[in-house]
Design a protein. Sequence first.
Length: 418
Amino acid sequence: MNLTETTASLHEAYSRLALHNAKQKNAALLCVAKSIEAHRAEILAANKSDMANSRAKGMSDALLERLMLDDKRIDGIIESMKIVVSQSDPIGEVVAGWSTPAGMEIRQVRVPLGVVAIIYESRPNVTVDAFCLAYKSGNAILLRGSSSAVNSNTALVKAIKMGLAEAGENGVAGAIELAEPKADHSDVDEILGAVGKIDCVLPRGGKNLIQRVVQNAKIPVIETGSGVCHLFVDESANLEKAAAIAENAKIQRPGACNAIETILVHEKIASVFLPLLAKKLSGRVELRCDEKSFAILGGGEKIVEASESDFGFEFLDLVCAVKIVSGIEEAISYINTHSTKHSEAIVTESRENARSFQSRIDSACVYVNASTRFTDGGEFGFGAEVGISTQKLHARGPMGIKALTTTKFLIDGNGHVR
C-alpha cells in the first residue's frame, strides 16, 4: 500500500461523500448489506481459512471465538447495518444556535471527522461495523486489521466495495480501503505518522496494540481501551443474582473486552458467596484467588492461588481473579486503581451503595445489578460501534454514529466588522 496515494484517494472520496444526503447514504448501505448477503459463502470460506491458520498457530479458544464468523454472525452484521440505516443522519444537525448582541447569527453544526483510520485485532465484524458507522457519518475510512483475519477482512471489504458500486451514483466505493498487514508492523507506524493525511486513528484490541498506538501516534487518537473489568459483590447482594451475573460476565464471551477479569467480594458474605460462585463456575473458569478467598475455597479444580500480577490483568480467557475486600470503600479504591476505565459492576440491594458506586467509579460504563457484557453498541441501541472509548475527551463508552463527528461554527453577518 502506498499510503500517500491511498489517503489522497480517501480524501477525494470523503469530499464526494460530503455531498450525499441521508437518503443516498442509506441507499448505499442497503446495497452493501445485500452484497454481504450475496457473498456470504465466500466470506465464510475466507473466515474458515483464517480460523484454520490461527488454530494451527496455537491461538486460544477464546480468541478463536472472537475471530469466528458463522451464519448467525453474518445475520447479525446485516441486522446491525439496517439499524444504522434507520437512525438519524447526524451530519448538518444544529447542536446550538444564537444571535450575538451585534446581530450576527451563530450556528454550531455537526460535521464528519474526515479520513479516519482504525487499527484492530481479530474480530472481522469490526470491518463492517466501522465502515457502516463511518459512511453514515460522512467519513472515509482506512482499515488495518490483524494478519489472523486477513482473508475474512479482504472478503468483507470486497463485498462492501461491490455493494457501493452497485449503488450507482448513491455509492462512493473509494470511501473504504483495507491496508494489508505487515509482519513487522511498519505499516502501523506509517499510519500513525500520517500527519495531514489521516484526521484521527482509533486502536481497537489488546493492551499492547493500544499502547503502541497511543505512545507513537503523531495524529489524533481516540483511545478505545482494553477491558480490565470488575464485579463487586456487596454485603447486601442477592447472592444467587450475583453468581448468575458473574457467570454471564465471565463466560458468555471471555475474549471480549467487556468480560470481567476480577471479582471483588465483601468480607461479610465471602464465606457464603465464594462456594456458591465456585460451584456456578465449576470446571469452566480458573479462579485465581487472593490469600483470604483461597483459604475459604481450600483449593480444588481450577482454584489456585493468585500472584500479584493477576490483579489488573486482562486475561481474555476463562480465567478470573478473586479478591476479598473490607467493603465498598476498598472496592471503589481498588477498582479506580486497577481498572482500564472500561466497565465495572456492583451487585447490591442497597440503593445508597449503588449510587455511591456509580458516582465514584471513574469508568466509561458503571452497572448496578447487571452484567458488564452489555457494554456494546448494539445493546445500547446504536446498531453497531466503532469501539468502546475509555478516554474522557471527545467520546466515552460505546462509540456510535455521533462519536465519529465533530462540530464547526457557521456565522452569518451583514457587513459586520470588529
